[in-house]
Design a protein around this ligand. Structure first.
Ligand SMILES: [Zn+2]
Length: 380
């Protein structure tokens, strides 16, 4: 029996896209959870709703067996980066070329929907008998999975392979490596003074921070995938005050632990001096919050097999490396072969231009089905 049809898919997608489900809109992510709970329960799957704190919505653990260990973990997230009110401003829209826009359309409500159909198609073709699959959805991925991380890691340890169902890139490519991510908060303190009367008695926290920003950006080495970016700076109370307090936030991306350590050591070294007369200083907190998603030998073998499936299905793509993090970073760091970008084609995530190509839904559905079928049967 054929379960999937594009009209139903788009109907469901329209429903899902037209409400807000930002990480800090728990009622919205709970609504996504409710939608998929009902669908999977109706198909006979076990669905467990797991709370990870009141600040964010629930996680869903969806399985096709009562066991506590799985051949495959599918990973997705039910939250978006968008605040309340965005869905009303930017409702579901489809153009003449089959491109859908809307909140979380490809990051990643349309992706979860695709995996739902992939699993149901396989189930109805009797291809999931005696298999063990766990489909885990969290509600805080866009805030670095700070609440669900331990749950993801606990479940991932019981899984042999992981597929992250984020959208494929706009050219169709999928992801085998994701950079590790670090996040630092800087606090600069100095001595306040009147900028006109006695500036020499002050020590500017902003001046100190400015030196830091230049030094930090110089630590980037794009050729090997290391980037350091000061994305937020705050400080100052009035234009005629030598300011005594300023803060900044720093995003760091790296592809090796050695690079992560180099950056951390450089930040530490910066704290040991002052660039500003009068001794303004900067202290920092933070560190690595997502390890590198590095492909292992098994991962690369799986890439080759899925590429072969792609050829058979006439789907063109490559496996690429990206600086963006996902929960695949967590599973890969546990030694679990992990691939990402298994969803439909879409891009523009985290922006008003987010889109999903509905022409890619059926081909990618077939590809994901082949990949799941292979992993749960041939890699046991
Ligand atoms: Zn995402």
């Amino acid at each position: 029996m054929k379960i999937f049809n594009l009209a139903d898919y788009l109907n469901d997608l329209k429903y899902l896209v037209n409400f807000d489900n930002g990480s800090y809109t728990p009622a919205g992510t709970a609504k996504v959870a409710e939608f998929f709970s009902e669908k999977f329960r109706a198909a006979g799957w076990h669905v467990e709703r797991i709370g990870v704190g009141d600040a964010v919505g629930p996680c869903l653990k969806i399985t096709n067996c009562p066991d506590d260990a799985y051949e495959l973990l599918l990973l997705g997230h039910m939250d978006t980066v968008f605040p309340k009110g965005t869905a009303a401003q930017r409702p579901y829209k489809i153009d003449g070329n089959g491109i859908v826009t809307g909140v979380g359309v490809s990051d990643m409500k349309g992706c979860i929907l695709l995996s739902y159909y992939a699993l149901l198609e396989l189930q109805s073709a009797n291809k999931l008998n005696n298999t063990r699959i766990c489909f885990l959805l969290n509600s805080d991925e866009e805030i670095s999975s700070i609440y669900s991380r331990s749950l993801i890691e606990e479940i991932a340890k019981k899984c042999k392979y992981a597929l992250v169902i984020e959208a494929a890139r706009k050219n169709g490519d999928m992801v085998k490596l994701r950079s590790g991510v670090g996040h630092y908060k800087l606090t600069a303190t100095g001595v306040a003074a009147h900028a006109g009367v006695n500036p020499q008695d002050g020590s500017s926290a902003l001046n100190e921070l400015a030196h830091w920003i230049i030094k930090l950006h110089q630590l980037s080495n794009y050729a090997i995938g290391t980037s350091v970016n000061v994305g937020i700076v705050n400080g100052g109370s009035a234009v005629n005050v030598v300011t005594d307090h300023a803060t900044a936030e720093v995003d760091v991306r790296f592809r090796t632990l050695k690079e992560a350590a180099r950056i951390e050591a450089a930040i530490q070294a910066l704290t040991e001096q002052s660039f500003t007369a009068g001794g303004a200083k900067v202290t920092y907190e933070g560190g690595i919050n997502r390890p590198v998603m590095l492909p292992s030998k098994e991962t690369l073998e799986l890439c080759d097999t899925i590429s072969q499936f792609g050829k058979e299905l006439n789907i063109d793509f490559n496996w690429v490396e990206t600086g963006g993090g996902s929960d695949g970073n967590l599973t890969a760091a546990l030694g679990i072969p992990t691939l990402d970008g298994m969803g439909p084609i879409g891009a523009g995530g985290h922006s008003t231009k987010e889109w999903l190509d509905t022409n890619s839904v059926e081909p990618r559905l077939k590809l994901q089905m082949r990949a799941i079928d292979y992993i749960v049967h041939s890699l046991k």
